[in-house]
Design a protein around this ligand. Structure first.
Ligand code: SF4
Ligand code: SF4
Length: 417
């Protein structure tokens, strides 16, 4: 599957041992985890999620299941379809700062850190990438689209085309057709695709996962003092790796434990975190907010709440009806900024403001992420009109701007007082 274009961009002789990216990621992650581990009231169940995300042992064990492993980027490739083809989906969007440097070996500097980091993880043969047999990348933004051709030098990499806007009548059939063509390719790749009974079971498992995720989200939003946002993100990002059934079981247990815990009252400012994804092990923005005394009560991140927010709404339990429901779930309710429309993202922020009594919004814009940068301006205008205080933080995966960001956050929190 290697084409000459991607071969030209493949760095020579970068060995996994030399780079040891998994170890470096653990070291970066540790600096954030120390903050949450020092909280005396951290639920014991968090240890499990921390290990799933920070340790590579679980990922290595996935290979023992004997199923093909399919790495995906973003929130748009239908995971139910991968499971129905008898494969295991793994989300690979990376927050690794050390991998950014590796990615810069083949990508221009002026590409967003998420894309450079994901490319770097592949070059450095991080375990998450090493176990994959296939990659599926949606053509969301230019960085992802072009990186797909480079990733193809390492692993078979398919690109999923996505409609540019969410006009239902114009794009419904186009998108369903794209998902059906993915099914045909996957069936050929794995030699397998679920029949009606198995597909029904898969949809129900994923729906149950969304139900649990929504309960978890609502509960934590009501009592954010019980669980740090860093821990919340660890739980949500464990779903990038765990099967929906196992994730649901473990989160249900965690919820039970949290419900028994007493909630210490505090009068911290209630913040909504929006914008570009915050992904393990780069929890810089969250750590700075929490250290500055803010309580993050909700988010609209595709690496957080939005990753498990929409269920497949099946109208008819026929085979075609089920496939259509899976496809539609990933497109029309999505608030990813790669679509032309941005109003639904603003509506979600306003809905969350109401539900969780938000005092202010922090918008996290990853450097060189044009789609979020443009949205930032639009959102700022609307939220100003609605009287909701707003601060944009433009940053990357480095540590250099830490103190500068801290000062801006502190000034923002003071202003909210
Ligand atoms: S915001 Fe959209 S394009 Fe960007 S990483 Fe998330 S799902 Fe992908
Ligand atoms: S949407 Fe933005 S953050 Fe996500 S991959 Fe594209 S440029 Fe990077």
């Amino acid at each position: 599957m290697k084409d000459s274009f991607s071969k030209r961009y493949t760095p020579k002789k970068l060995l996994r041992e030399e780079l040891d990216i998994d170890k470096k990621n653990q070291e970066v992650g540790r600096t954030y985890l120390e903050t949450v581990k020092n909280r005396g009231d951290r639920p014991k169940g968090m240890r499990y999620f921390e290990e799933i995300v920070s340790d590579t042992k679980f990922v290595e064990k996935l290979k023992d299941e004997g199923k093909p492993i399919v790495g995906v980027l973003c929130n748009i490739v239908p995971r139910e379809i991968i499971s129905a083809a008898g494969a295991i989906p793994l989300r690979l969007c990376s927050g690794s700062p050390p991998a950014v440097e590796v990615g810069e070996g083949v990508l221009p500097r002026d590409v967003c850190p998420l894309v450079k980091s994901t490319m770097g993880m592949q070059i450095a043969q991080a375990k998450l990438h090493q176990v994959c047999d296939l990659l599926i990348i949606p053509a969301t933004c230019d960085g992802k689209k072009k990186t797909a051709s480079l990733l193809n030098a390492y692993l078979p990499t398919w690109v999923m085309e996505i409609p540019q806007d969410k006009d239902y009548l114009k794009n419904r059939d186009l998108w369903v057709k794209e998902v059906k063509s993915l099914i045909a390719r996957l069936r050929k790749f794995t030699g397998n695709f679920a029949g009606k009974t198995e597909l029904t079971k898969i949809i129900k498992e994923y729906r149950h996962q969304v139900d649990i995720a929504r309960e978890f989200h609502s509960f934590r939003g009501g009592k954010p003092e019980l669980l740090s946002e860093m821990d919340y993100l660890l739980v949500m990002q464990a779903a990038f790796i765990l099967s929906p059934a196992l994730w649901s079981e473990k989160v249900s247990q965690l919820l039970e434990d949290l419900k028994k815990q007493k909630s210490p009252a505090n009068n911290k400012k209630r913040i909504l975190l929006a914008g570009s994804p915050v992904i393990w092990p780069n929890y810089k923005i969250v750590q700075l907010l929490e250290e500055s005394g803010a309580e993050i009560v909700a988010d609209t991140l595709c690496s957080g709440t939005e990753s498990l927010f929409n269920p497949a709404e099946v109208d008819e339990w026929t085979y075609a009806g089920m496939l259509r429901a899976i496809a539609l779930k990933y497109l029309f309710p999505s608030i990813c900024p790669c679509f032309v429309e941005g109003e639904d993202r603003i509506d979600r922020i306003l809905e969350l403001r109401q539900k969780f009594k938000i005092d202010g919004v922090i918008f996290h814009t990853l450097r060189l992420c044009t789609v979020f940068d443009i949205e930032n301006q639009l959102i700022f205008k609307v939220l100003s009109e609605k009287g909701l205080p707003y601060l944009n933080i433009y940053t990357d995966y480095s540590q250099e701007d830490r103190e500068q960001i801290r000062t801006r956050i502190e000034a923002f929190l003071e202003m909210l007082e």
